[in-house]
Design a protein. Structure first.
Length: 170
């Protein structure tokens, strides 16, 4: 395994693990916690936390976009570098991450987040707030649980690939 490719895999694993921790925390702590709030409080709390991300928080963006770049780079290198364990595990794991984590984010979470950001909780009655929450929460949570599961599997796969590649390559 070439040094550049090995470093790329380490960086991809590290950044994917950080993203996994983020989506996992939302799946098992943040959303269950927000679920305990009233409709108005739930929407407002989600808006506030999501606004930090939407305002391009530098560390978050470095990790999130860095994971996309590093995984894409690892996939690209896997097509040209010979490894002791073969290249297809890296390619399959990388594509799983890009589609299963980033794809879900782009096609499901970002549109839902954008819609909930547009809700003015101070101008809505309780029925309208409930309708907004119901149309948002179940779908967002369901896709985030799937995203967290895929992210966990991807991170575990990258760790196994690194371990096997290192032990076989010795």
């Amino acid at each position: 395994m070439t040094t550049v490719f090995f470093v790329s895999l380490i960086l991809s694993t590290f950044l994917c693990a950080l993203v996994t921790g983020f989506v996992f925390t939302y799946a098992v702590v943040v959303m269950p916690g927000l679920k305990q709030l009233s409709d108005k409080e739930f929407i407002r709390a989600f808006q506030v936390t999501d606004a930090i991300i939407q305002n391009n928080h530098p560390f978050f963006m470095m990790v999130w976009l860095g994971s996309i770049i590093s995984v894409s780079g690892a996939i690209g290198m896997a097509f040209t570098v010979s490894t002791p364990i073969g290249n297809w595990p890296v390619i399959a794991t990388g594509f799983s991450y890009l589609v299963g984590v980033q794809g879900l984010t782009i096609f499901f979470h970002l549109p839902l987040n954008k819609r909930i950001q547009s809700v003015n909780v101070n101008e809505m009655n309780s029925k309208a707030l409930l309708d907004q929450r119901v149309s948002f929460e179940a779908r967002w949570t369901r896709f985030n649980k799937l995203r967290a599961l895929i992210a966990c599997m991807v991170t575990a796969s990258f760790i196994i690939i690194l371990g096997l590649g290192y032990s076989i390559g010795k």
